[in-house]
Design a protein around this ligand. Structure first.
Ligand code: 13P
Length: 297
């Protein structure tokens, strides 16, 4: 059964570990996540992004996740990642999310920044609706992106974070601290002083987006400084890609040998997907250990 992410994260904050929020896009990634969590006895957040709609209907994916959830014996939440509009958040709430993000920092296109006032307006609306049915809300302030030392203008401003929290009442706050979605160019610079400053000013649960490629020691330090939810997506994709590449190479050799011998080729997509799913499971287990959530269920 799904619990709210607030419930998971408050426990994590009190006990000083991080909870991974992992993106799923299909049956294999969802199975990999639930398998990893069972193996590690780790609480987790299963998240679905609005952009998944371009690939599958959300109800199809949620149906798979719900079946996995029924058998799962560790605490977990179902979260909408980066909802861009009030309407999308409502659509996902109907599907049974126990936690939603309204990313009011960007407009519907996911690129153009919203003004602070526009962010407040849409976030408030979502908080009002979600709170009425006991669902956790994550908001975002600042712009995610890689920064070099000294170029910190896109980081979350602690004053603005404080005002944003008062103006919206979100349960979780995604902050810009030098991380970005996807892989980093070179070594990332994580603004730890900014995390500490924000933590001092606001009591709410803090979220690190763009967890892929953030060095383990930075993640662990971030958790000590007040981050409780860490989003991971690309790392799962990388594990999947690498496994598929290796399997394709092997399969090409098998096909060549079959051709040479005059045998027929054997086509079985599961030969690719099974190791790829296992590779994703291993990647997730690794993250859970780094976040120290393993064994906390
Ligand atoms: P990565 O793809 O960099 O892991 O980021 C995931 C994320 O922040 C999803 O919201």
């Amino acid at each position: 059964m799904f619990v709210t992410s607030k419930e998971l994260l408050e426990k994590a904050r009190a006990e000083r570990y991080g909870v991974g929020a992992f993106n799923v896009i299909n049956m294999e990634s969802a199975q990999a996540l639930f398998d990893a969590a069972q193996k590690e006895r780790s609480p987790f957040i299963c998240q679905i992004t609005e952009t998944t709609l371009k690939y599958t209907r959300p109800e199809e994916l949620v149906a798979i996740v719900k079946v996995l959830s029924e058998r799962c014996t560790v605490p977990h939440a179902l979260h909408l990642d980066h909802g861009r509009t009030f309407e999308t958040v409502m659509q996902f709430l109907r599907l049974g999310m126990t936690s939603v993000m309204i990313d009011g920092s960007l407009q519907k296109d996911g690129k153009t920044p919203r003004t602070y006032e526009e962010n407040i307006e849409v976030t408030r609306k979502v908080v009002e609706a979600a709170r009425a049915i006991g669902v956790t809300v994550e908001g975002e302030i600042g712009r995610l992106g890689q920064v070099a030392t000294g170029k910190e203008d896109i980081l979350t401003d602690p004053d603005e974070a404080e005002t944003f929290l008062k103006d919206t009442g979100v349960d979780l706050l995604a902050i810009a601290i030098g991380t970005k979605h996807g892989v980093f160019k070179g070594k990332p610079f994580i603004a730890h002083d900014r995390i500490r400053e924000i933590r001092k000013r606001i009591p709410t649960i803090l979220v690190m987006h763009g967890g892929t490629g953030v060095p383990d020691e930075d993640v662990q330090q971030g958790i000590k400084e007040g981050i409780s939810k860490i989003n991971i997506d690309t790392e799962m994709r990388i594990a999947f890609y690498n496994s598929i590449f290796a399997t394709v190479d092997e399969m090409k050799k098998e096909f060549e040998q079959a051709d040479k011998k005059g045998d027929v080729r054997s086509y079985d997509v599961r030969k690719m997907l099974t190791p790829a799913r296992e590779a994703m499971t291993a990647a997730i287990c690794g993250r859970m250990r780094i976040f120290a959530s393993s064994g906390k269920a």
